[in-house]
Design a protein around this ligand. Sequence first.
Ligand SMILES: NC(=O)C1=CN([C@@H]2O[C@H](COP(=O)(O)OP(=O)(O)OC[C@H]3O[C@@H](n4cnc5c(N)ncnc54)[C@H](OP(=O)(O)O)[C@@H]3O)[C@@H](O)[C@H]2O)C=CC1
Ligand SMILES: N[C@@H](CC(=O)OP(=O)(O)O)C(=O)O
Length: 349
Amino acid sequence: MATLTHSSSFTHLFTKLSLKPKKFTSPSRIRMSLQENAPSLAVVGVTGAVGQEFLSVLSDRDFPYGSIKMLASKRSAGKQITFEDRNYTIEELTEDSFDGVDIALFSAGGSISKHFGPLAVEKGTIVVDNSSAFRMEEGVPLVIPEVNPEAMKGIKVGMGKGALIANPNCSTIICLMAATPLHRHAKVKRMVVSTYQAASGAGAAAMEELELQTREVLEGKPPTCNIFKQQYAFNLFSHNAPILSNGYNEEEMKLVKETRKIWNDMDVKVTATCIRVPVMRAHAESVNLQFEKPLLEDTAKSILKSSPGVVVIDDRASNHFPTPLEVSNKDDVAVGRIRHDVSQDGYSG
Ligand SMILES: NC(=O)C1=CN([C@@H]2O[C@H](COP(=O)(O)OP(=O)(O)OC[C@H]3O[C@@H](n4cnc5c(N)ncnc54)[C@H](OP(=O)(O)O)[C@@H]3O)[C@@H](O)[C@H]2O)C=CC1
Ligand SMILES: N[C@@H](CC(=O)OP(=O)(O)O)C(=O)O
């Protein structure tokens, strides 16, 4: 029914993020969210593509904080980072990092989350985890704030009690930001998703590799393949996540399982094909929905137009629909190519 584009990545406790290419260049802004009596924060994986976006979003949204710890690996410890006109020294992530921390934003990979997340929770920290480590764990809310904020009700800063909140996979988030309002109206029976995923989803090093390879190929040199095992520039390939015994890759099965958990609907039928495309930032998706109840095209459009975090770009006359370039560094999910599926009877898809 629609093509969706979103600045690659994820939604977490307080926002959705888009990935920018900067490393160690946190935004220098006039607005300051540093306040007395505000929560103490920690950003785990602060030097990474996502960590840098955490900082941008904290600043963009004036998220109040009393202090902020910049955490990364031993490799980055001691390096300086500037955030909201203040210099911070990056600290190595250790088991003592969370003493006195109210909220920790984790984005340093699943194994780091698995080890340090529970330790932080034990110390009374609310952990918002961007990895896949806890998403499917029972009792851990898997939250897209615009979709299912009720899943994290009862988790409050300042209660002295730690908690884990998981952030879905970026492809799931993009898809459900648009599909959920329609699902609430006409109930989705089956969803077929195809993704066109940018380099940003694979981290800062993948973005650097795409840039380097593009230059190398244009100069007639063999492309450097460190992050992906094949040429990425001027090419596309099946998502690099491991292939499972059912023939799907892990990225595809995340879309299936996470949708069911977020919608609390174990019967919804979901299938996905995930592809990596040589785009620097912002994933795109084709989402085909089959509904239980009829849904008219105009109704779908007006539902989407009034959905939080969604913008409709659907100008048939000038053939103008969402593109990764247009949505990069923006938070909203852009939706276009909204149309009835001619292969479905009535208005059921
Ligand atoms: N939910 C979603 O939509 C998305 C989730 N992700 C998740 O976020 C994670 C990070 O992604 P991304 O930012 O793109 O990756 P990057 O490779 O750009 O960054 C990785 C970060 O993790 C840090 N790190 C690595 N090893 C350690 C360690 N032993 N201790 C502490 N910090 C460490 C790195 O620090 P250093 O610089 O010191 O090495 C760096 O800050 C991914 O692994 C994935 O789980 C990513 C994209 C989308
Ligand atoms: N979805 C990211 C990969 C990733 O980080 O996924 P997850 O958050 O589920 O580990 C990509 O574009 O490749």
